[in-house]
Design a protein around this ligand. Structure first.
Ligand SMILES: Cc1cc2nc3c(=O)[nH]c(=O)nc-3n(C[C@H](O)[C@H](O)[C@H](O)COP(=O)(O)O)c2cc1C
Ligand code: SF4
Ligand code: SF4
Ligand code: FES
Length: 734
């Protein structure tokens, strides 16, 4: 690859490449080789295509691209010149694609996307609902070019923005343009990039650094990874524009070592750019120098924080430090030199902004958050993947129009935005236009673009625990509120989800959460309580249910709820019994039942039952209604734990059942089931019922050998008991 020696030469090269690469009538497959599709075999598909087309003597260009977005349906590919979009491709299908599509121009129907089995297949990518509402600016080349071929990038207009700044703009003019675009940092906080650059530009000193943050530590996020893997030159070009503006000669891309493909593609891209004279000394013979290198992080979430990241690049432990000095100031950046840190996506926005102008950028998105945002859409939506949408789009549009709605027709419950620093939003927020400010206003944040959708099978307390356990583990431990506070909060959440929650726990979580937020040094601690506080705010009833009723309606939290086998559904396959490691499932002549004394609520039986006959219900306990009770004692005989006994009330000859020891009750519900007069019903208000059984117990216990004498076993004889015979009934719904 020869060096390009002038801006003019670069322009001419682009014209030549445009004419020769990506000819529209060429037979071509663009096979997605992003991480998700590669994991599902896309490399084998590429290999098979090359072998089969060579064997058949067909001239088919096989192109390996970065993530095309619809990872859920991977491996995916585009087939040209017909424009077909194939999904769930396997290497076994390659022959059929060649014989049908390339030989007869017909689509392979089984590989086309369908909304449902009843819907017609959709042939073209742009017609898929997943892509229709997307606006791809940052991801403009992802899925289109081969990221390891700089010629591809140049052919689609790459390095034209750099050419523009070097030939027609002063650094000050570039800065003004970036400021006017109001590009806000895509790494989380949304700080205006232009203002940040200005700070750094104003700092004195000859040596300055431009750093790209590709740490991307949020669980489930893969926006930055996809850009680095699929279009590394757009990042390099964005960094070059920044370096030109700040007169910086050195740059680093900080990327976690868990991203091997991103590291590989970046290394190739840097090497190619150096060979072409687009990086290094005397770039395009304009006198500009910019030396770019990669630093691999060990994968600690805290190393994404700006000061910790700088420490990590310097070879020190990734420990945040107080600011000032800021990174942009003398003494604050890399080795003390003023440095500018931006997120990968922020840099990738720059070439289109410079090429098309700030006004164009501001015409997309909202007034205060212009442009687009890339999200990693994951969780319970039909179509998960990488999406790019204009700011201001609603959550509903993202989840239902692009994501295809909730999987298996379940009900939407929540959406988590902003990763472990963000919060969970509920159904009431579905119409919220998504931008930096709107999300902050409702207690969440944009973060770097994680979007996790949850349905009714997700427990919000468990979700809060998941995110908090992540930040707790990742806390660097420097400041006590973060180190100890997150630990204490996690302990309370463990207690609640294991069935030992107590009154006051929610308030304690709120109190500690606010202390952690206000007393922590860096953004990790300052935001770690957000998932807990936002779920308490919008899903408080779930916390209360866990604590008061010892029940998790999503049936996620082990240790909550009462396990029972529904005799009417059970067909005695005994799989639950075999699955139980604690011998808690017992067998009688004609039924299986769960012994609460042995049951550890491990869920093994629940998961083992093929027909869902094992139920996890909320704890119930009988509620005796004296006025209804006929004194038949059927419930007493039905109770398998002999918890119910007959008592004579203050009115002689009037008998009612009563739980002498409420803790004996195993919530089997048999008492209520056999009662023909609704004298015994079941209530989930266990504590109140227990209290009533203990404090209002009638005096006259009827012992077994007195049964005959007392005569209560003559069933059917109307009791005529009244409320005053035992207790005053509490609310009628109990
Ligand atoms: C704990 C923690 C982790 C962070 N991780 C990242 C990250 O992975 N990527 C990123 O760009 N910013 C991350 N940030 C934000 C950075 O500190 C910084 O604000 C950002 O890289 C600046 O770039 P931007 O202005 O372009 O968003 C993190 C912040 C904190 C507190
Ligand atoms: S807030 Fe937490 S992660 Fe940040 S410096 Fe303090 S202890 Fe470390
Ligand atoms: S629910 Fe079952 S265990 Fe409890 S009192 Fe009624 S019959 Fe007895
Ligand atoms: S990795 Fe192939 S579509 Fe995302």
């Amino acid at each position: 690859m020869g060096r390009i020696n002038s801006l003019e030469e670069l322009k001419n090269l682009r014209i030549r490449l445009k004419e020769n690469i990506f000819k529209t009538d060429r037979k071509r497959v663009r096979v997605c080789c992003g991480t998700a599709c590669s994991a599902q075999g896309s490399k084998k598909i590429v290999q098979t295509f090359e072998e089969e087309s060579a064997q058949k003597g067909m001239d088919i260009e096989v192109l390996m691209t970065g993530c095309q977005g619809l990872c859920q349906k991977g491996p995916v590919m585009k087939v040209e010149p017909y424009g077909y979009f194939y999904q769930k491709v396997t290497y076994e299908k390659v022959r059929e694609i060649i014989s049908k599509t390339f030989s007869r121009e017909a689509p392979v129907r089984s590989l086309l996307y369908r909304e449902s089995v009843l819907d017609d297949p959709i042939k073209k990518m742009d017609d898929l609902p997943f892509y229709k509402k997307q606006v791809r600016i940052v991801l403009r080349n992802n899925g289109f070019i081969d990221p390891c071929n700089v010629n591809h990038y140049i052919a689609v207009g790459g390095y034209a923005a750099m050419e523009k700044v070097l030939s027609t703009m002063t650094p000050d003019q570039v800065l003004e343009e970036v400021k006017r675009s109001n590009l806000r940092g895509r790494g989380g906080a949304g700080f205006p990039a232009g203002r940040k650059w200005e700070h750094c530009k104003k700092s004195t000193g000859k040596i300055k650094f431009v750093i790209a943050n590709g740490d991307e530590g949020d669980p489930g996020a893969f926006m930055d990874r996809s850009i680095m893997e699929g279009d590394p030159h757009s990042l390099i070009e964005g960094m070059l524009i920044c370096a030109y503006t700040l007169n910086a000669e050195y740059g680093f891309i900080y990327v976690r070592h868990e991203y091997p493909l991103a590291v590989k593609n970046l290394r190739i891209a840097i090497k190619q750019a150096e060979e072409l004279g687009l990086l290094g000394e005397d770039i395009l013979r304009t006198g500009m120098n910019f030396y770019l290198d990669i630093r691999e992080g060990a994968g600690a979430f805290v190393c994404g924080e700006s000061t910790a990241l700088v420490a990590s690049i310097e070879g020190n432990r990734g420990f945040p430090r107080p600011r000032p000095p800021r990174l942009s100031e003398v003494g604050g950046g890399l080795w003390g030199y003023p440095s500018n840190l931006n997120n990968i996506e922020t840099y990738a926005c720059l070439p289109p902004i410079i090429e098309n102008g700030a006004e164009w950028f501001r015409s997309i998105g909202t007034e205060n958050s212009p442009g687009t945002k890339v999200f990693a859409l994951t969780g319970k939506v039909v179509n998960t993947g990488l999406i790019e949408v204009p700011m201001g789009i609603t959550l509903k549009e993202i989840i239902y129009d692009i994501g295809g709605g909730i999987r298996n027709n379940r009900k939407f419950k929540a959406v988590q935005t902003g990763g472990p620093s963000g919060g969970c939003l509920s159904e009431e927020h579905l119409d919220l236009p998504v931008d930096y400010d709107s999300l902050i206003n409702v207690g969440s944040m944009m973060g770097s673009g994680g979007l996790v959708v949850m349905d009714e099978d997700n427990c919000m307390v468990d979700i809060a625990k998941f995110f908090l356990s992540f930040t707790q583990r990742e806390s660097c431990g420097k400041c006590p509120p973060c180190r100890i506070g997150t630990y204490q909060m996690l302990e309370i959440l463990e207690k609640i989800t294991s069935g030992n929650g107590e009154e006051g726990d929610i308030e304690q979580l709120e109190k500690i959460g606010n202390l952690v937020k206000s007393g922590s040094l860096c953004g990790l601690g300052q935001t770690a309580p957000n998932p807990v506080l936002s779920t308490i705010k919008y899903f408080r009833d779930e916390y209360e249910e866990h604590i008061k009723d010892k029940y998790c309606k999503a049936k996620v939290c082990k240790g909550l709820g009462v396990y029972r086998i529904d005799g009417s559904e059970c067909f005695s396959c005994s799989l639950c019994k075999k699955a139980c490691a604690f011998d808690a499932v017992n067998e009688t002549k004609d039924a299986f039942y769960i012994d609460r004394d042995y049951c550890t609520k491990c869920k093994a039986c629940y998961l083992a039952c093929p027909i869902g006959a094992v139920k996890i219900g909320s704890r119930v306990i009988p509620w005796v209604i004296p006025e209804q009770c006929e004194g038949c004692s059927d419930c007493v005989h039905a109770c398998p734990v002999h918890g119910l006994k007959m008592y004579e009330t203050e009115n002689e000859g009037i008998f009612i059942p009563w739980l002498s020891d409420p803790d004996l009750c195993v919530s089997c519900g048999k008492c209520s089931a056999v009662c023909s007069s609704s004298g015994v019903v079941l209530t989930t208000h266990v504590q109140e019922a227990k209290q009533r059984f203990l404090t209002k117990r009638p005096k006259g216990l009827v012992i077994e050998d007195e049964k005959k004498k007392s005569g209560y076993i003559e069933s059917g004889s109307k009791n005529n008991a009244t409320e005053s015979d035992s207790v005053v009934l509490i609310d009628s719904d109990k």
